[in-house]
Design a protein around this ligand. Structure first.
Ligand SMILES: Cc1cc2nc3c(=O)[nH]c(=O)nc-3n(C[C@H](O)[C@H](O)[C@H](O)COP(=O)(O)O)c2cc1C
Length: 408
């Protein structure tokens, strides 16, 4: 039996180390989040239900996003031991230009709904940490304003093709003039996906003041105060709209668009062209034949077709088929830095993250986006070290074992 003694103050005192108290409540809140999942939990408390659900939700029964996340969680990482990993280099390239980390901020519509700092906050963080940012056609900040706040960020403009072609032509011309590097054409929205949470919440743009929303003001006063005291929440590239997003998409978007329209795009955009929303090997091949610069394997974060192919599962075969001709990128379901490492190891040139940074934005504006990027960057670095890998180029398929498809 061990001998016991009474605790002595001289021995206890050195064990008591008070953490410096963080005065700023936002920083205090954000520091507590160690994972994207924890940022999501903070986000859920900070913003009205309809705004959180618009961001967090997906289409129909939300099977696509659940499967995408489940595949990331069920894959196995294969480490190699006894390598000097004292320093790790996370830099990589996309479209021939450097990026400090192997991910970019995906285009997301209506970003000022999540937090009034919106697209500007996201673009500033991208500039500061040295990764690209894609501004959405459905953005709530104009092309020119994004360039003004983040002049040296790598910026891509995400285009949706509308029935009114002249609107798209104008946006491409403005993006070019504002120094955007590449055009990202999203091709998985011929019509709106059925976002049932939005329907149930009666979500519209801009938010309408119903009895329910008035009650919500009491629960989220800061969000409402910011909404009502900053620039009106409208689409930067669109006339005012007062119905639901699905109605907006169906009224504006051109469901007749075909691959022949790439020529129309090219006549207005002579820079790099990225096609976002590729979901089969056959379509990847068609895009390589059309000589685009990059494709994004994506099911739009599960927000369009439900039960769509899981992009990560598609990745190796697409890379084998077209990887020597075009860059293959991917998104959907990324919640950790290890997810990004796995995607790169399976052949993606870069990954896009959507909700991961939006949870940060909702949790604390620009500081929250910084926190999300910090979490992902740390996880990427640590996963690489534990895998025994010093650089992005050293990641290979040997580092990932995908489970057999439960849907095969
Ligand atoms: C709130 C929200 C809005 C989005 N808006 C757009 C958009 O305007 N254009 C687009 O191409 N993709 C849009 N996306 C899809 C993202 O670009 C990306 O494909 C998706 O978020 C990736 O999945 P993840 O959220 O699991 O990372 C949106 C996604 C979210 C969550």
């Amino acid at each position: 039996m061990s001998e016991r003694q009474l605790p002595r103050w001289s021995e206890i005192r050195p064990l008591l180390r008070a953490r410096p108290f963080e005065l700023n409540p936002t920083s205090r809140r954000l520091q507590k989040a160690l994972t994207i999942k924890e940022l999501r939990a903070i986000a859920r408390r900070r913003v009205p239900r309809a705004a959180f659900d618009y961001t967090d939700g997906a289409a129909e029964a939300e099977i696509s996003i659940r499967r995408a996340r489940a595949l990331f969680q069920s894959l196995e990482l294969q480490p190699s031991i006894l390598h000097d990993v004292s320093s790790v280099d996370t830099t990589t390239t996309s479209l021939g230009r450097s990026s400090a980390l192997p991910f970019a901020f995906a285009p997301t519509g209506f970003t000022r709904l999540m937090h009034h700092e919106g697209e500007c906050a996201v673009a500033r963080v991208a500039e500061r940490i040295g990764i690209p940012y894609a501004l959405s056609t459905m953005g709530t900040t104009s092309i020119e304003d994004v360039t003004a706040v983040a002049p040296s960020a790598r910026k891509w403009f995400q285009l949706y093709v509308w029935r009114d072609r002249s609107a798209g032509e104008e946006l491409m011309t403005r993006a070019k003039a504002a120094g955007f590097e590449a055009l990202m054409l999203t091709v998985d929205v011929p019509v709106a996906g059925a976002r049932l949470r939005d329907v149930r919440n009666g979500f519209s743009i801009p938010p309408t003041l119903t009895v329910r929303t008035v009650a919500d003001i009491a629960a989220h006063p800061a969000w409402w105060m910011n909404l009502l005291t900053t620039k009106p929440l409208t689409f930067a590239s669109l006339e005012a709209w007062d119905r639901t997003i699905a109605e907006l998409i169906d009224a504006l978007f051109d469901p007749t668009m075909t691959i022949a329209d790439l020529e129309w795009v090219r006549s207005y955009w002579d820079g790099p062209l990225i096609i976002k929303g590729i979901q089969t090997v056959a379509d990847a091949r068609r895009m390589a034949e059309a000589r685009v610069d990059a494709i994004v394997l994506s099911n739009h974060g599960g927000r369009q077709l439900d039960r769509a192919p899981v992009p990560l599962r598609l990745l190796p075969e697409v890379v084998d088929t077209v990887g020597d001709r075009i860059e293959v990128w991917m998104d959907t379901g990324i919640m950790t830095g290890a997810d990004i490492v796995a995607a790169i190891a399976l052949g993606a040139k870069t990954a896009l993250v959507g909700r991961a940074y939006l949870y940060g934005l909702m949790a604390g504006g620009e500081a929250g986006v910084t926190r999300a990027a910090e979490i992902l960057a740390r996880e990427i670095r640590r996963t690489m070290q534990l895998l025994g890998v010093r650089s992005i180029a050293d990641l290979s398929r040997e580092h990932v074992r995908l489970p057999r498809s439960p849907f095969a």
